[in-house]
Every structure is written in C-alpha cells, then in structure tokens.
Design a protein around this ligand. Structure first.
Ligand code: FES
Length: 146
C-alpha cells in the first residue's frame, strides 16, 4: 500500500500536460504545486518561477515545450524532470521540488512537509463571494505571498 494522499493518475497528467493542486504547510500557509509529465512518471514542483515569483500555471495549465516548463513572464524554460533552468532570466535557478510517488499509475503526495488543501489553485478553494474570481479574465494576479 502506498503512503501518501492520492492526487491523480499519471495518465491524467500526461493528457492535460500539467496538473495543479494546492498544499498547506505546517504553519497553515497555502502554496500551489504543479505535476508535470516526466520520463518515469511525473514530478511535482512549487508553482512559482524562482526568478520573479511568477506562477508557471496561471490557471490554464503550465505551458510545456519539448519536455520543459515555460515561464509565462520571461520565457525561461525548466527541465520538467530536474527542475533546473539554463536559459534566459532564470538561468542557474531550480524549481522547488515537492515529493510525489507513483504507484501503479496513481500519483500520491509523499512530501510530509505539506498536506493537500484542494485540487486546482489557491483561488479555486476560496468560496467567499467577496473574493469572487472571474475565470474569463486573464489571471495575472498572483495569490502567492512574498
Ligand atoms: S519570472 Fe520566470 S523567467 Fe522571469
């Protein structure tokens, strides 16, 4: 039996190109994580470019090109398996990993420093009418604290 919280399937991540979910740390802080296809299954990364804290998936799936995640702000690309970047503004940086496990095609969150808050982004968990999110508008606002 696999230890960890079931997230989705490898097939779903491969079909969608990326899969966004939100985690909560020990202090109650929320952060977003993207799962992206990798040679041996999937990898999990904090949904934030290390260059200027830009969300990689702004709510429509991360842009992927030739097995790399493309930052929407300046276009640097990150190896989806290793998380490192060797080009553009973010050259020399690496995405923050979130440990996941694949078992029989299912993906589990095995990183013990966080727990699953919800599928989708941080905004997707907010049901407050005062903070309604219009899905038709470009999602350029980051909900991630600095
Ligand atoms: S914010 Fe991602 S490359 Fe600049």
């Amino acid at each position: 039996m696999t230890d960890g919280t079931h997230l989705t399937t490898v097939e779903t991540v491969k079909e969608a190109g990326s899969w966004l979910f939100t985690v909560r740390d020990a202090y109650g802080e929320l952060d977003e994580v993207i799962l992206v296809p990798c040679e041996d299954g999937v990898e999990g990364w904090i949904n934030r470019c290390p260059h200027e804290a830009q969300r990689l998936d702004v709510g429509r799936g991360a842009a992927m090109r030739n097995g790399e995640i493309v930052c929407p702000r300046h276009g640097s690309t990150f190896d989806s398996c290793a998380g490192d970047c060797d080009n553009g503004e973010a050259a020399g940086t690496r995405l923050v990993p979130v440990e996941t496990t694949v078992d029989d095609g299912d993906v589990y969150l095995s990183d013990r420093s966080v727990t699953v808050a919800n599928e989708g982004g941080i905004a997707d968990a907010d049901t407050s009418p005062a903070d309604d999110v219009d899905d038709d508008l470009p999602s350029s606002t980051s909900h991630i604290g600095f």
